[in-house]
Ligand binder design. Structure first.
Ligand SMILES: CC(C)(COP(=O)(O)OP(=O)(O)OC[C@H]1O[C@@H](n2cnc3c(N)ncnc32)[C@H](O)[C@@H]1OP(=O)(O)O)[C@@H](O)C(=O)NCCC(=O)NCCS
Length: 177
């Protein structure tokens, strides 16, 4: 992410639909918030604690996808993303989440990647599922947002899952198929 992305970040993240389903995006979303987003992306990268990337489609900045190391759980990282409303429903979040899972295991050598979303956010659940995650169930009252404790749907994928995805030979009867 670069300083020149601030206007696009402010414009897209400023839509209330983005704040509604994310934990860390305030509404209204000011230019200062956009600049802080970029600064904290650079800080996280230099400290090795988080990896925030701009999602670019056809040379346009359309959203942010991130991996954030989970405190107290070495080798584990949480995946997060948002895509600007005009670009919804075109597979961009799925593509970004799949790229981050691959990056997390193959470049960062993580052991486990997790994802979570509010129960009403079934689109996000589908994104995590298509990124290769398995459903781990609901955690009750773990997210505090807008004055209320909410339940979350939780997903995860391990390095073993990721690297074992290639087709396996199956033993059927007496032969190998
Ligand atoms: C959730 C979000 C990232 C999805 O982005 P997107 O680029 O539209 O997602 P995709 O196009 O990759 O679609 C993913 C799947 O969700 C489905 N989907 C999209 N909108 C949906 C909706 N309102 N309800 C149910 N499923 C929906 C799509 O059909 C697709 O599944 P399919 O391939 O089986 O058809 C986007 O809506 C968003 O940024 N929301 C606000 C921020 C947010 O919720 N971030 C995640 C926080 S946990």
């Amino acid at each position: 992410m670069q300083k020149t992305d601030a206007a696009a970040i402010q414009d897209l993240a400023g839509d209330q639909k983005i704040a509604m389903s994310t934990l860390h995006i305030p509404h209204p979303f000011s230019q200062k918030h956009a600049e802080e987003t970029i600064n904290s992306a650079h800080e996280g990268l230099s400290e090795g604690t988080s990896y925030h990337y701009g999602v670019i489609a056809r040379n346009e900045f359309i959203g942010i996808a991130s991996l954030r190391l989970t405190a107290g759980e070495p080798g584990t990282s949480d995946v997060m993303y948002w895509i600007g409303v005009p670009y919804w429903g075109q597979g961009y979040a799925t593509e970004a989440a799949q790229a981050l899972v691959k990056y997390g295991f193959e470049e960062l050598h993580l052991q486990r990647i997790t994802g979570k979303h509010a129960l009403f956010n079934s689109a996000s659940g589908r994104v995590l599922q298509k990124a290769g995650m398995r459903y781990d169930g609901i955690k009750q009252k773990v997210v505090y947002k807008d004055g209320a404790w909410l339940d979350s749907s939780n997903w995860s994928v391990t390095a073993a899952d990721h690297f074992c995805k290639q087709p396996q030979l199956q033993v059927l009867g007496d032969g190998l198929v």
